[in-house]
Design a protein around this ligand. Structure first.
Ligand code: FES
Ligand code: FES
Length: 133
C-alpha cells in the first residue's frame, strides 16, 4: 500500500523537532481527520531557508509527507519554497494511496503558514502566498 520512500520517511523522519526563535512558525490542522502539524523555519538574511524542523500529531502519511517536505524546502529561498506543493511532495515519495492524499495537504499548508508568519514579522510580501485560514 505504501511506497518504499513513504515507509523510509515514516520510520526515519528527517528534521523532527523545534527551532527556538524561529523566523517563522506555522501550525495547521486537518479538518478531515483532526491531525495537527507544526513547521519551524530558520531563514537567513538572504531569504534562504537555513534550517527547518517539524512536529506532527498525525498518521504515518502525515509524518512521511512532512519529512519529505522539510527536505525539499531546506536550502531553498522563500520563493522556491512556494513550489513545494503537496503534489511535489507526493511525487517525491513515489505516490500515496488515494485515501491518504489529504495528509499531504498538511505539509504544504504548514509551510505556507510558517512563510506567512515570517513575511508578517519582516513586513515583506511573498508572491503567490495567501493568508492561512
Ligand atoms: Fe488519526 Fe490521521 S486520523 S492519524
Ligand atoms: Fe489525517 Fe493523515 S489521516 S493527516
Amino acid at each position: 500500500m505504501y511506497t518504499e520512500k513513504v515507509m523510509d520517511h515514516f520510520q526515519n523522519p528527517r528534521n523532527v523537532g523545534e527551532i527556538e526563535n524561529a523566523s517563522g512558525v506555522g501550525t495547521v490542522g486537518n479538518a478531515k481527520c483532526g491531525d495537527i502539524m507544526r513547521i519551524y523555519l530558520d531563514i537567513d538574511e538572504n531569504q534562504i531557508i537555513r534550517d527547518v524542523k517539524f512536529k506532527t500529531f498525525g498518521c504515518g502519511a502525515a509524518v512521511a509527507t512532512s519529512s519529505m517536505a522539510t527536505e525539499l524546502v531546506k536550502g531553498k529561498n522563500i520563493q522556491e519554497a512556494m513550489q513545494v506543493t503537496n503534489k511535489a511532495v507526493m511525487e517525491a515519495l513515489d505516490g500515496l494511496p488515494p485515501v491518504k492524499v489529504h495528509c499531504s495537504l498538511l505539509a504544504e499548508e504548514a509551510i505556507h503558514a510558517a512563510l506567512w508568519d515570517y513575511a508578517e514579522k519582516n513586513g515583506i510580501k511573498i508572491e503567490g502566498l495567501e493568508k492561512p485560514k
